[in-house]
Structure formats: structure tokens, C-alpha cells
Design a protein around this ligand. Sequence first.
Ligand SMILES: C[S@@+](CC[C@H](N)C(=O)[O-])C[C@H]1O[C@@H](n2cnc3c(N)ncnc32)[C@H](O)[C@@H]1O
Length: 551
Amino acid sequence: MSEIEGHCKVCKELCKQKCSQCKLVYYCSGEHQKDDWKNHRKNCVFYEICSNQELGRFLKAKKDLEPGEIIFVDTPLVFGPRPYKIEEGPFPCVGCSKVLLNEVHACPECGWPACNAECAGLKSPQRHGLECQILKMRPPTQNQSMYQYFRFDILILLRALFLQKSNKKKWDVLLDLEDHLDERGPNSPVYKAVQEKVSYVEENYINPLKAFEKESGQSILPQVSSDIMHKIYAILDVNATEITELLDLFILYPIASLLEHSCLPNTSQTIDNEDGYKITFRAALHIKQGDHITTTYTNILWGTQERRKHLKETKYFACSCQRCRDPTELGTFFSALICLGTTEEPCKGIQLPVNPTEDHTNWRCNKCGIKLPNKEISDFVSHLSKEVNKIIEKRPNLEELEEFLGKLDIFLHPNHYLAYTIKHTLVQLYKIDDEIEISNSFLDAKLKLCQELIDLTKKLDPGNSRLAIYLAVLLNEQLMTKFKILSRNFGDDPEETLHLKDEVLQIASESRDVLNNEKHSEAGAKLLEVINFNGIKIRNWLEEHEISTAS
Ligand SMILES: C[S@@+](CC[C@H](N)C(=O)[O-])C[C@H]1O[C@@H](n2cnc3c(N)ncnc32)[C@H](O)[C@@H]1O
């Protein structure tokens, strides 16, 4: 049997035609494919759901997947405003969740803030349509601020509770998601925070609801116990996907919730805000049949200790992915420190964790061998991290930032994640402006920094699944620096001109490609506009100087 032949799933005849969707099953004819659709339908996907003791459920590839290939599209079980209290700043619209930056209107039924009394989300059952009837039941209260009165953090809970009536299948799937309730026991801080919400909901909404149900004989929401509310918040914390920018949303998906975490994920995701927040997962790297399909639950621009701590505290597991296990973090040295040695003369070796997946691992210098306890390192890095946040918040100028980086350089490996943050800001402050006199050495230094950060970003995120915006910013800076050199040296050396022209065109094209999955995000769209504008500027210049734009 050749590779392009297989046995028809129905009659077992040898044939060449496959299911055009999953390309995993052979059918000798359209008729046999149609006959089998009822069985095949649920298996017509590129992944299988597996489970083991360590991970619980996870997804495995059923076939080899190429970068960019769609693995699955998922539709939300429920979505709503982030379940954290809003203490200041604008509210979102209760109907469509857009942040209300200008005029604030109200839902005509319950009075909650809305973008417009006609907002379609006010009536939609997936949005405000069902919860509105409960919000209306609250008795009038006095002496409460707007932020105490409009508790957007409880809306997603009400929306989830309504699934038991509006879509029992989704309700059952939701309740079957991982909750880690055992780790969120009554003494944990998270339990107390959730209990505050639950008591608030009971007092303001559930008690009036129960009174109404009793009086009217209607059953609106049968399951509203405190336990079920704790469970829903736990499920949201462990599984929900967050969107920020203009919307501030938590979205819970049935399939995406089963994806395993890795700090080196092999998928990328895009969410369609215009189509009910459908999420599309694509292969970001080559995925082989049988490989686990992974996403990331944390910030891959943090060092191993910070990522693992965050995962432990919010997702209740100890990550031991390829990056976490490697003291050098895939050769990036993203958490490495400079060894200060024991004598007055620093040894200048590199301090790395001996076993990064052990919480209390010692750190050891790769040159002098001196060991330091983890606590000493993490206290020191957390102190530096606060200093970095302070200086970034201050919106520093170039000189302040360079001076600060000079201090960090004494202690941190040049690739340390705190240095990365500073350098990423710095590279954008090294302006290449036609109005300013710029030396060649300045351009060379900027190019060197761009290249250093681009290489580092690509190592951390080889599938460009999380750091696309960071990378595109760097490529754009590199593009404009090379273009400056090209235009400055034009006429000196024709061969060099052509070489630089090719490089510039290649970088312009790469920076656009990198943003492929981000072009619908606010930041991605803005950046793409800048890159396209720069691309046009460069092409115009090349044409004016009669340099072919073909590579
Ligand atoms: C979003 S859920 C993933 C689906 C879950 N395994 C299930 O059975 O429903 C997140 C949970 O899966 C487990 N998990 C995910 N990735 C893991 C990993 N790399 N190592 C260990 N546990 C992991 C943890 O229990 C985590 O809290």
C-alpha cells in the first residue's frame, strides 16, 4: 500500500480519497463518507484528548502539523468582565464590555452602565440578557460608591450560573473543568477573596432571587449554593483566557481549557472579537504526531523562578517544561547573575541555579564554583525588579535609563530579563531622526543592541506565539537604522548599497509577517501601520534613487 493510499473506513477497499477536513481517514466514495459522518464527526479533529496522573487532561497531535496550520477553533462557554473588583477608572459597558471612556449611558432595565441604551449586548443571552433580570431584583441601597454598587466582578459568575438553564450541555462541560478546589481551602487568601464576592452576591442578588422564586412559584436558578459559586470562580481562575486592551474580559473555552502549559509553547492563538470571541489555535512550531499540544499560562518574559511561582500560585502546579529544567533557559541566560566572587576582585563568572525546578535550589558560579542560597538571590532580584518598575513608571529619559542599565550590568547577565525590559525601552529611545545629527558609531551601537534583543526574543519564543509585538518593535528599529545607513552611504559602494537594500527589504517583510497573528489587536494594528508607513517611505526612496526594489 502506498503512502497516499488507505482502506476506506466503511468498506475497507483500498482508495486514495481522504476526509478533506482532517485528512486522517480514507473513504472510497462521497457516499461512504456521508454514511460515516455521524461516527467520524466527533473525531474529525487534529488532536486527541488524553490524560495522565501528572497533567490531568491534555491534547496530543493526531498528525504532523506545520507552523501556521489551524489546529482547532473553539467557541466560549461563557465570557464576561474580569472577576476582579474595579476600584477606580472607567467601567466597561454591561452589554458589550467596551471600556466606557466617554459618555456613559445605562441599561434601561437594570440601570447598569452601558455604552448606549440600544447596545445589542443588553439583550443578548450570552451577554447581559439573562443576568439583567437578577440585577433588577436588588433592593435599593444607600451610602455606596459607584464602585461598590456596580460590582462588575460578579457578572461572569451570574452568566455562568445561567448556563444551567440556558444551555445544560455547556453547564455540564463547565463544571467538569479543573478547579483545584482542594488547594483553595478555607484558610487560603484566595478563598477569603472569593468568599467576599459570594457573600455579596448572596446578600444582594441570591436572597432577593430566592424570595421571588418562592413568591412566584418559578424556578429561575436551581443551583446557587456557596459551594457552586466557589467552584465557578475556581474554574475561571484555572482555565479562563484573558483579553485586555479596550475590553477587559475573561473567556472560558471548552477545548482550549484542556491545553497543557509550557514556557516554550508550540501554538499561537488569535481571538475574534467580532465573532463571539471565537479562538483559533495554530501550530507555532512543527508539531509531530503524538506531541503534546501546548500553550502558555504565564509571562515568558519572566525568569524561571518568577514563572514557576506564578504558575504554582495561580494554576497550582510545578512547571517542569524544557525551559524550566534548563539552568540557562535554552541558552538565553535570562535569569543569570554575574558572580561577584568572594574577594575584592569579582570573578565575573555566571551564577546559575543548580536545579531550577527545585524551589530552594542553590546557585553556583560556573567559574569560581561559589554557591549562594536561593533566598539571597531571589530577595536581591526582587529588590532590583521593584527598582526597574519604579524607573519604568517614571517614564525616564535616555540618560536616566542608560545610567540605570549601567548599574544593573554590574550584577546581571546582559541577557537577564530585567536588563531585557530596560534595553527594549532604550532601543526605542535611541531615535533616528532626520533633524538630528547622528554619528556612525551611534548607528552601529543601536544596530548591535537591536540584533542582541532580536536573537534573544527569537530564542525565547521561536514560534513567535507570544512576543510578536516585542519582536516587531525591534525589527522596525533595526529596519530604520539600516535604512539610515543605506541612505547615508548611498553612492559610496554600489555593492554595499545593493546588499543593504536587500537586508532592508527582508527586514520590512519579516516585521510584517511577525505581526500576522496580531493585526487585529489594538497594539498590533498600530504597529503594523507604522511598519507599513516606513515600508512605503523606504520604497519611495529606493525608486527616487533608481534602486530596484526586487530582491
Ligand atoms: C487549564 S487546565 C488544563 C486541563 C486540565 N489538565 C484538566 O484536566 O482539565 C490547567 C491545569 O492542568 C494542569 N497542567 C497544565 N499544564 C501542566 C504542566 N505543564 N504540568 C503539570 N500540570 C499541568 C494543572 O493542574 C493546571 O492547573
